[in-house]
Design a protein around this ligand. Structure first.
Ligand SMILES: Nc1ncnc2c1ncn2[C@@H]1O[C@H](COP(=O)(O)OP(=O)(O)OP(=O)(O)O)[C@@H](O)[C@H]1O
Length: 358
């Protein structure tokens, strides 16, 4: 199937002689090598595909190139090399007019500090994108009100922005993006300016909305926990390059290099992992025959621990069709929490039996 969005070997170099710089980077030069010439390789050879209905998170520290990458995805910045394909159409080949039309109708952006117009009502702020498109007033108000309701702001349509809290203002920004019915949402640190509790609330709301709306979303964040909560897949950026792309579980359990490994040290694994990620996928076959409680592949890790504590044997994992797809020994659960990948070492004392010690 054709992906909704595809980045093919994207480069963006700021400064003098960018094409020459791309060639140097292709031959192995890195950012620091170029910096001496006053040139910044903001994005280096980025390739990925985003499927319809997917939340694709780009995560990296400040300066790693996330915003530059995002701005190439809607044609606000022209790549120095490489292509962006949206529904198979090469953005780099579109005229300015075609690009503007695409941006106003099919791609929406939600920024960190959403600048609402202070002298427009919440409804008119949410309807702004539709107004730009020339949608008649009655229809744009109806669509804006629908989008506001989706974002939990029903009843606030006539309020002024300064009557709203920061979290609510950010919801208006999201409603504006949703009202246009764009297929692709580009979200640049959209929740980063919010207090932690409100931020979590917004993340939950986005996930809830996504269950029904199934938009294609590229979400930029420097927060790994946010990336893990939201992302169907996550691209980790470092110094302009994508160093790993994978699910939260891939990144936690199989970090591509020491950099990613150091990044994930502080992530609470028990919040991210599910039975499917930690189970042994070669069961004997009879582990579920005893009639004890079982888990599903998407059973959260903490629930799995509780289940394991109630059983005297490994937890059997059954899929929706009640087929045994794996087992989780208790030792595996403890090992995952301790970042231990190896097998258990046998104890050679007293035939492997540990005697009680006071
Ligand atoms: N217009 C520009 N001209 C020159 N250099 C730029 C320009 N825009 C970005 N850069 C440089 O490119 C690099 C990547 O910047 P970018 O803003 O994309 O990173 P980021 O990961 O989004 O960072 P942040 O989270 O701080 O916004 C940085 O070194 C930045 O200084």
């Amino acid at each position: 199937m054709q992906p909704r969005l595809e980045a093919e070997h994207l480069f963006k170099v700021f400064g003098r002689r960018p094409d020459e710089a791309v060639e140097r980077v292709r031959k192995g030069a890195d950012r620091d090598d170029l910096r001496g010439d006053g040139t910044t390789a903001a994005v280096i050879d980025a390739s990925f595909r985003v499927e319809e209905g997917e939340i694709f998170v780009v995560m990296g520290l400040s300066g790693s190139g996330k915003s530059t990458l995002l701005r190439m995805l809607n044609g606000l910045l022209e790549p120095t090399a490489g292509r962006v394909l949206f529904d198979g159409r090469d953005l780099t080949a579109l005229t300015d007019r075609e690009l503007r039309k695409l941006r106003s109708e099919r791609i929406s952006m939600v920024f960190q500090h959403f600048a609402l117009f202070p002298h427009r009502s919440v409804r008119d702020n949410a309807a702004y994108g539709l107004e730009v498109q020339g949608v008649p007033r009655a229809e744009r108000e109806r669509r804006a009100d629908e989008a506001l309701a989706l974002c939990g702001l029903a009843g606030w349509e006539k309020a002024w922005p300064d009557e709203l809290s920061g979290g609510m203002q950010q919801r208006v920004g999201l409603a504006r993006a949703l009202a246009t019915d764009a297929d692709l949402l580009l979200m640049d640190e959209s929740f980063s300016a919010l207090d932690p509790l409100i931020r979590r609330d917004m993340q939950d709301q986005l996930l809830e909305l996504q269950k029904t709306l199934r938009k294609t979303i590229v979400f930029i964040t420097h927060d790994l926990n946010e990336a893990m909560r939201l992302g169907d897949r996550i691209a980790v950026m470092r110094d302009g390059r994508i160093v790993q792309t994978g699910t939260a579980e891939d990144i936690l359990l199989r970090p591509a290099n020491d950099y990613v490994a150091s990044f994930i040290q502080d992530v609470d694994r028990s919040r991210v992992l599910t039975a499917a990620a930690v189970m042994d996928t070669e069961p004997r076959g009879d582990e579920a025959d005893c009639g004890c409680e079982t888990a599903a592949p998407d059973t959260p890790f903490t629930e799995l621990c509780a289940l394991s504590a109630r059983l005297t044997h490994p937890v059997a994992v059954l899929d929706a069709g009640r087929t045994l797809v794996g087992v989780v020994p208790r030792q595996r659960l403890v090992g995952v929490l301790g970042d231990e990948h190896g097998e258990a070492t046998a104890c050679d004392r007293d035939g492997g039996k540990v005697t009680g010690r006071a």
